[in-house]
Every structure is written in C-alpha cells, then in structure tokens.
Write a protein that binds this ligand. Structure first.
Ligand SMILES: Cc1cc2nc3c(=O)[nH]c(=O)nc-3n(C[C@H](O)[C@H](O)[C@H](O)COP(=O)(O)O)c2cc1C
Length: 350
C-alpha cells in the first residue's frame, strides 16, 4: 500500500492542484500536518515529449513521500509517462494517481481528465482499462481520482470497475463534470462507494473546517479526506484539523497569532521556492495574495502587494533575472506581513 491507512485514520490529503501544489507548497503542507500530498497534474503528452515541467514540479523536498498525478487521454501514453516518472522520482514517489475528474475545457477538449469518464465501459481508454494498463507496466501502485455521474448506479459501477482493474485506492470528488466547482459535493454517493469497495476510498469536495470534516466522517467513514481550495494560501488548515482530530475540540487561536502563523508559513514557502530554484515557475505575487485570505486587513495587504514592481515586464526576463526579481519581491511581501501582524497585535485587544 502506498500509504498506511490503518495507522493514520482518518488521513488528511492535500489535493492535486495545478499551479498550487508545487514541491515548495507541498512541503509546507506536510510540515503543517498533511498526511499525504500530490503533485500538480503532469501532462503525459508533455512529459513524453521532454517538456521540463515534470522535472521542475514533480519532485519532493526532503524525500517526503508523495503521489504523482498524471493527466492524459490514452492508456498507452499514460503508462509510458508513469514508467518515466517513477524512474525519475522513486523512492519518494509512492503512487501514480490518474486524473479522471478535471472538468476544465482545455483539458477535456483533448479527451483528458473528466472526458475519460465519458468513454464507454470496455473501451481501451475507459478509466478502468487505463488503470489496468498502467498497473501492468508500473512498479508503483496506481490510484484514480474521479468525479461522480448524475446516475449513482453508474458512479458505483465505475468505482467498482476501478477497484477490479487494480486501483490501490479511489478518490472521489462528489461533483459531476457539469457542476465544475458549483453546488455542493454529494457525500452520500461517496458513502455508498465506501460501502461497496474494499480498497481505501478518499473523499474530496467541500472540506473546509472542523465541522465539515466531522460531518463527512460521520456520513461516509472514508479512509481519507482530501482538501483542495480551503488549503490554498492556508496550509495551516492541516494543523487545525490535526489538532481537532487529536483532541475533539477546535483549536482557539487569537487573530494576531493566526497572522503570525500565516506569515511564518509564507516565509517557509518562499524559502523553499528559493532553495529549490522554483522562483521562475511560481507567480509569487498571486500566491502571496492567497495567504492573506481571511486575515484582517487582507484587502489593504493585497493592494500593497499588487503595487510592488508593477512596472517590471517579466516576459522579457531570463530565468536568473526572474528569480532575482521574485526574490526581492518576496522580501517586500514578507515586510507587509510583518507590518500588518504588528498592527494587528496593537489593535486587537483580548
Ligand atoms: C486551482 C485548482 C487546480 C486544480 N488542479 C487539479 C489537478 O491538477 N488535478 C486534479 O485532479 N484536480 C485538480 N483540482 C481539483 C481539486 O483537486 C479538488 O478535486 C477540487 O478542488 C475539490 O476539492 P475542494 O472542494 O476541497 O476544493 C484543482 C482545483 C483547483 C481549485
């Protein structure tokens, strides 16, 4: 098994997220308490044509165990990518996850992501046959991340077919492809899938805090709970949820302390980006904006961060110049966090 579900029940997973779960961010989430993390989706066509994307984004800092996610439209090319990636990133990489749920049109238009779920049962590129093919060639265990159909019977049949094909676990985002990210995730169908399968089932969709985690746990008894959007800019959510799982109580953190924790996590994130040469690949400004989410003065902070180095046209810079530019931006951004953390200490009286 790629993860010891028995010793860490329930386990908290960081969802694969394009432009978010780069190695630097995954490492911070791991420090905060995420039990397992995944790369951003790595496109099989790109990888098979020597696109350096995977090399830049697919590794793990400090050898922390993690999963590699592949997106593609064809069993053979996904299998080839899986073989190449495990060669590059084992032993830290523990599992190959296949993206069968991304609804974004640039992805589905080429038959990838959620478009795979539109393939007929029995065809070569039906999700089950992709899993079967990758299991035949990969050394690492293979898992699938799916969405649901409107038809619950069909969803159950799909999940079962993935298990029968050899999937080591199935992650279910409880929304249909058509829903994109709107409406609520349907956890009831995930509860049915959990009852039906013998392999671990990981629930995904709408876990945002202690209450939603507890409700999902009570309803589904899943093996893992995967968190996406709520962790963007807030890896500390894993710390809070771990505290809750250990004590049964939400952690009470004062606003100034929350500010400082967020600033420290951002600092660690920037350090990782610098140390592992990731600055040319990450939009530091946008990521810093996410870290202000939910904090007092967040609007003021975002406006300030927006104004830094506005005049610089980054598309004319080499990677080295871009790194230097972004490194100086990180210093200014951290100063803003310090300034407002201090203001918060002065103005929030308890
Ligand atoms: C910015 C962003 C990027 C995403 N990229 C991926 C991806 O690369 N692979 C994938 O399987 N899902 C991707 N997703 C979907 C998430 O993994 C997750 O399924 C979805 O956000 C629902 O979980 P949540 O309600 O906890 O956010 C992405 C979502 C967001 C918001």
């Amino acid at each position: 098994m790629f993860f010891d579900f028995n010793s860490k029940k329930p386990a908290l997973f960081l969802a694969p997220m394009a432009d978010v779960t780069n190695p630097a961010f995954r490492h911070v989430a791991h420090i905060c308490g995420a039990d397992f993390t995944y790369t951003e989706m790595i496109h099989s066509d790109g990888f098979n044509h020597d696109d350096p994307y995977a090399k830049n984004r697919g590794f793990s800092i400090g050898g922390v165990p993690y999963g590699i996610q592949i997106v593609g439209n064809d069993a053979e090319s996904i299998a080839k990518t899986a073989a190449g990636l495990e060669g590059l990133f084992s032993p830290a990489a523990k599992v190959i996850d296949i993206n069968m749920g991304c609804p974004s049109p640039p992805i589905t238009k080429t038959g990838c992501g959620a478009a795979l779920m539109a393939q007929d049962f029995g065809t070569a590129n039906h999700p089950a046959n992709i899993v079967r093919r990758v299991c035949e060639t990969a050394e690492l265990p293979v898992t699938a991340k799916i969405r649901i159909y409107k038809d619950h019977e069909k969803t159950l049949r799909l999940a079962k077919s993935l298990e029968d094909a050899g999937a080591a676990a199935v992650t279910v985002h409880g929304r249909t492809r058509g829903q994109m990210y709107s409406g609520n995730a349907d956890w009831k169908i995930i509860a049915e899938i959990k009852k039906e399968l013998s392999v671990p089932v990981i629930l995904n969709g709408d876990i945002v805090d202690e209450k939603s985690l507890q409700t999902a746990m009570d309803l589904t008894n899943c093996d893992g709970y995967m968190i996406g959007r709520a962790a963007i800019g807030n890896p500390n959510l894993f710390r809070e949820l771990k505290f809750y799982l250990e004590t049964g109580e939400p952690e009470i953190v004062s606003v100034p302390d929350e500010f400082e924790i967020r600033g420290a996590d951002l600092n660690q994130y920037f350090e990782n980006l610098k140390r592992y040469n990731l600055l040319p690949h990450v939009n530091v400004r946008a990521h810093a904006q996410w870290f202000t989410k939910g904090l007092p003065y967040s609007r003021e902070m975002r406006l300030k961060i927006n104004d830094f180095h506005k005049e610089i046209k980054i598309r004319h810079l080499s990677d080295d110049e871009l790194s230097a530019e972004r490194e100086s931006l990180t210093v200014e951004i951290l100063n803003v966090f310090d300034e407002y953390a201090e203001k918060c200490r002065r103005e929030f009286v308890f």
